[in-house]
Design a protein. Structure first.
Length: 270
């Protein structure tokens, strides 16, 4: 039942894309392997349309990450290594989507497409909210305590610019999904856009809620900065709050799960 010729063709296509991403320094070497695995499941399980959606998300992510990178670096909020994604990062953002693609292969229909779009919209929305939120002129406020201002880049911090970014990124995914007919050729544009906006924005909100509550917090023993990273300046950070294993990638994974659930919920209602 597996088509070998098609499988090989897809494999080479995905490998070529991942290789280009390494050359462009947008993923690191081990990220390459994770990308090939995730990419192959998505293109083989969901089809070329699903793969294009993921490629759009990836390009969008690279774009917003590198946008005003120098300024973000200056305020200490820039992604490390020039924004190159590593393997835990790729699995956190695309792992669930690849599981939905594998399910779609065995049970074709639109339910898994809705889940897939919800998870990818969340990943896109969260990335855009994080990166554009860093550029906010007004200080972000803690989502659980809006009266409290936090420094840009703090998990759980939200800003109007971040919300706008989350919304727009979801609409980009929704627009592409409509053009490609991911949710079926007859799904109307407003429905596809709403599904992605609801999935993406609510997923990003869940990301912020987890970030503000149970996400692991710590400080670096080298530079003494507060950080959510498990490692900083090459050393393991000292935990000061939150739950030990709930680091950024775990938060992202849970958020994509929530976004997928909201999208499916919306899909079931319309
Ligand atoms: Zn440090």
């Amino acid at each position: 039942m597996l088509d070998l010729t098609l499988g090989l063709l897809y494999f080479f296509l995905v490998t070529a894309f991942a290789f280009a991403a390494v050359i462009l320094r947008t993923i690191d070497a081990r990220g390459f392997l994770a990308s090939v695995a995730v990419g192959f499941l998505i293109i083989y399980g969901g089809g070329v349309q699903w793969f294009i959606i993921v490629a759009v998300f990836f390009a969008l992510g690279v774009g917003v990450t590198l946008y005003k990178y120098g300024y973000k670096k200056k305020i200490g909020g820039a992604q490390e290594k020039g924004g190159a994604r590593n393997w835990p990062n790729i699995l956190a953002n695309g792992g669930l989507a690849s599981v939905f693609a594998a399910c779609e292969y065995f049970h074709p229909g639109t339910a898994f497409a809705a889940l897939f779009l919800g998870s990818i919209s969340t990943a896109a929305a969260d990335t855009a909210a994080t990166e554009l939120g860093l550029l906010s002129r007004s200080k972000p406020r803690l989502i659980t305590r809006p009266g409290r201002e936090v420094t840009p880049g703090t998990s759980g911090g939200v800003s109007p610019l971040g919300f706008a970014g989350a919304f727009l990124a979801s609409l980009v995914i929704g627009g592409m999904a409509f053009v490609l007919g991911v949710l079926g050729q007859t799904a109307p544009l407003p429905e596809v856009l709403s599904l992605c906006a609801i999935g993406g924005v609510s997923g990003a909100v869940v990301d912020s809620l987890i970030g503000a509550t149970v996400q692991r917090r710590g400080h670096c023993r080298v530079c003494l900065k507060q950080t959510e990273s498990v490692r900083h300046c090459g050393e393991k950070t000292i935990m000061t709050g939150g739950v030990p294993f709930v680091e950024n990638n775990v938060v992202n994974l849970l958020a994509t799960l929530a976004g997928a659930g909201f999208a499916l919920g919306f899909f079931a209602l319309v």
